[in-house]
Write a protein that binds this ligand. Sequence first.
Ligand code: HEM
Length: 409
Amino acid sequence: MFTVRFPVFGTGVYVADPVAIRELFTGDQSDLRAGEANSFMSPVLGPRSVLVLDGAEHLRQRKLLLPPIQGSRVAGYRSVIRDVAEHEVAGWRPGARLVLRERMRALTFEVICRAVFGVTDPTRVERLRAALGAVIDSSPLYMLSRFARVDLGPLSPGRRFVRRMGAADGLIFEEIARRRLAPDLEQRADVLSLLLRARDEDGRPMTDGELRDELFTMLGAGHETTATGLAFAFELLMRSPAALSRLRSEIDAGENDGYLDAVVKETLRLRPVIDAAERTLTKPRKVAGWELPAGVKVYPGIALVQMREDLYPGAREFRPERFLDEAAESYSWIPFGGGIRRCLGAALAQAEMAEVLRVAIPLIELRPVRNRPDPVVLRGITLAPRYGVEVEVARARQPRRLPAVARVA
Ligand code: HEM
């Protein structure tokens, strides 16, 4: 454990001990807040976003959101992901240069549009991409500074932000209204349709405002993170020929997914996209034997614990097989955080990473443009490859149809 005193954000205590992390994630939560620390995102995600709420309101949103994106539902989204991945990879011609993180951002956006929003019409997907992309990609300054959002006239940045938010909200509310009237609403399996049918413990449905905020949240939390995880996976595989060749032959042979899933887990261990979870103490609390005062932010150190040499021998090496022999131990493998704030999209993100690799690896050979792996840098709140993983397509094969799996309506 160690303390960091940040100039603006206050005192933070990092924890890299799995036992203490388990206690933080699963012990009494009444004196821990996570939403408060995320509240700077509410100008974009909205005040009812599960990410910015705490206490009973947070639990209500979480209980509504979990069933549509939990593991058992995710099997149904795999074919959507594969369709999107096949379409993306089909455009990669030999000799072309790509920035993988950008290509993966386009791909994960499309997956969210289809699987989460349930929008498949290409024209509407493109409208959403333009309007929501303009908001999500806006400068973080708009979230951090109230002044940046003030509308000071037609040419001011504040007016631009207000206009972009208005356009994005307009489209989201349009999709919600359209879906409410869809004749096949009861049969549909996309997340928005399931949320429209969901009821809380008092039998209340979600309001349009809640739906808007949670759709924005899933896009904001799930698109860039998964794209970055995928860019890292390609980079690690490109630079580990033995792992790449084993993965390729296991996919070609139609083996079970053991090695593929291990590649995903090892990528998220060695290159965690979020470096730490965050909990603010509302009362003094003992953490791993230390008395910490109220107001301190405690950071379960995702990157720290996952790089511990005693837990992961050869911790700086990419060794997917470590997850073949032993299952990931819950509190030393925590790329998705834990407890009542654990990432709601964890199953979807892992399925997405696995399906994209399953499609791309047999078809495409990539060559890194740079001699050395991209340094890992902080981009907003994610750890990302500095240059986005630049590659050249060395070889491309035509896709063979993958076995069909259940489709999302
Ligand atoms: C590789 C991809 C992803 C990574 C590494 C990741 C990581 C995380 C982490 C570390 C947290 C905080 C957990 C905590 O405080 O204990 C989180 C929260 C969250 N994530 Fe993800 N995430 C990913 C993808 C997704 C996707 C695809 C979605 C949805 C479609 C999603 C939705 C959320 C939501 C809604 C929360 C807030 C949960 C709450 O506060 O109760 N994430 N994620």
